[in-house]
Design a protein around this ligand. Structure first.
Ligand SMILES: NC(=O)c1ccc[n+]([C@@H]2O[C@H](COP(=O)([O-])OP(=O)(O)OC[C@H]3O[C@@H](n4cnc5c(N)ncnc54)[C@H](O)[C@@H]3O)[C@@H](O)[C@H]2O)c1
Length: 324
């Protein structure tokens, strides 16, 4: 049995507890959360041991799951890595670039597994297309949320946009060439809404909009490549592919277009989306990496690279006001 302890049992931490309880081969040892009222409620509701000394929890585990606010990620990761424990840490990996760099180095030296909670990598709508031959040249993303004070200890870039930054970095096989960005702090001390253009050395351009002060929720990514358009709806879990019809499109809806180069047949496909619990899948994948000594699905380096782009964006916006 892999012994797991959870640090931080607030909004997301409770989802993690529910999922850990269902994962085979895992024994949930207990949790640490400094919020008295919340900790008492969780201990009673889940029948789970509450640790009041974080080091004691680390010592009782093989792996820790860090779901505390971002400004505590570094110190909690450090405690666990120094004792040779595997770490699952929520996104973003850390608060500052220096912290992120140190964590990458510490993980390498300790030779432990670390996975960062970029959960959209396990979103069924993304899984439906991720193994296709993707070579996007233009990406348009909208991630909009209603205002919620949770998560506002960091900017909308580190809170929401970082999900899309991570997905884009995993899809575009090229380095970032240039970033332009604009953002506005409306409800908090850091940007609540931002628009960013990332240009890659291979010519791909990504245009990202993130807001945490919208009236409606939206999480859509649209990608254009030489022969295809792909739409991924992370919220409604739908995927659409429109492309020049080929062998793989038999059975898909098709129509013809007259173009200056002659008639072209277009296929419209909506791949079957497997219903899946992305949080459970990411935690299971972490366990699998530990048991079978495989690289994690979202490594500390992936987490760091997403942070690095996020901080370049913050520098461009001129607001480096980080967690308080
Ligand atoms: N992957 C995602 O889609 C996603 C979604 C939401 C939140 N998150 C991340 O999860 C983390 C937590 O977010 P949340 O929405 O659950 O916040 P939350 O405020 O609801 O919960 C955080 C909990 O951590 C506890 N805590 C504070 N300091 C602590 C410490 N030193 N050690 C242990 N626990 C501590 C708090 O008492 C609270 O109960 C953040 O890093 C956030 O970015 C990720």
């Amino acid at each position: 049995m892999l012994k797991v302890g959870v640090f931080g049992v607030g909004h997301l931490g409770k989802y993690h507890l529910n999922n850990w309880k269902e994962i085979e081969g895992v024994k949930l040892v207990g949790f640490y959360d400094p919020n008295e009222a919340n900790a008492k409620e969780v201990a009673a509701h889940y029948g789970l041991k509450r640790f009041t000394d974080p080091d004691k929890l680390v010592e009782s585990c093989d792996a820790v799951d860090i779901v505390a606010p971002t400004n505590f990620h570094f110190e909690l990761c450090e405690r666990a890595i120094r004792k040779g424990k595997h770490v699952f840490v929520e996104k973003p990996l850390a608060n500052t670039i220096e912290e992120g760099k140190k964590l990458v180095e510490m993980v390498r030296e300790a030779n432990i597994k670390m996975q960062v909670g970029h959960v959209e990598r396990f979103n069924p709508a993304y899984l439906a297309v991720k193994d296709m031959q993707l070579n996007p040249m233009f990406i348009e993303v909208h991630r909009l949320a209603q205002f919620n004070p949770r998560g506002t200890e960091v900017s909308v870039i580190l809170d929401l946009m970082i999900h899309d930054i991570d997905i884009i970095l995993s899809l575009v096989p090229s380095d970032v060439k240039q970033i332009s960005a604009s953002g506005v702090a409306v409800m908090t001390e850091t940007p609540d809404i931002a628009n960013v253009r990332i240009e890659f050395n291979n010519g791909c351009v990504a245009n990202l909009t993130s807001s945490r002060i919208s009236m409606k929720k939206m999480r859509k990514m649209r990608m254009f490549q030489k022969d295809a358009y792909l739409g991924i709806d992370f919220l409604d879990k739908k995927t659409e592919i429109i492309r020049l019809a080929g062998e793989a499109d038999k059975g898909a809806f098709q129509f013809d277009l007259e173009t200056p180069a002659g008639k072209k047949t277009i296929a419209v496909a909506n791949p079957q989306i497997e219903d899946g619990n992305a949080i459970k899948m990411e935690l299971e994948s972490f366990v699998d990496s530990i048991i079978n000594n495989k690289p994690t699905a979202v490594t500390e380096i992936d987490g760091y690279l997403a942070m690095e782009v996020a901080h370049q964006i913050l520098d461009k916006i001129g607001n480096t006001n980080l967690a308080v």
